[in-house]
Unconditional design. Structure first.
Length: 149
């Protein structure tokens, strides 16, 4: 009778072991839960002079450029290198329709064509400490397969 149920018992033990290992993995104990708040904001069209005020606080210098893990993964998938990021930061144009402001700060999508004729959108988030954070990268012409989360 025990032989009949032995595979089920082994499967159950393996499932509990997997659950225990996943629950107690290194690095998961002290993570703080962060909540992302997505709010839709309706914005009236602005004149060109008013548009300039929407980029207030955005500094195109890249003395302290920080590229997030997510952005690095997207860069690898879309064949975008750091020189292209800097190029778009310096000479790209703002996509004012995609500027977002949430609890984590304001993000500025900057679009342009790189030196290898790739049309891209790079999302930057300036921080008060002088850092310019690269949030993500998008190729506007090609849909690349990517396993980034």
């Amino acid at each position: 009778m025990l032989k009949k149920y032995l595979p089920y018992i082994a499967l159950l033990v393996a499932a509990f072991l997997l659950f225990y290992v996943k629950k107690n993995q290194r690095g998961t104990k002290n993570k703080q839960h962060t909540e992302q708040v997505n709010k839709r904001i309706t914005v009236n069209p602005l004149s060109p002079a008013e548009n300039e005020n929407r980029t207030e606080g955005f500094d195109r210098r890249y003395n302290n450029l920080v590229i997030t893990k997510h952005a690095r993964c997207r860069m690898a998938c879309r064949h975008i290198d750091e020189s292209e990021i800097k190029e778009i930061l310096q000479s790209g144009s703002f996509n004012y329709d995609k500027v977002e402001d949430d609890a984590r700060g304001k993000t500025y999508p900057v679009e342009g064509t790189t030196h290898d004729n790739q049309r891209v959108r790079i999302v930057f988030s300036p921080k008060p400490n002088g850092q310019m954070v690269v949030v993500t990268c998008v190729d506007l012409d090609t849909e690349w397969s990517c396993d980034c989360k």
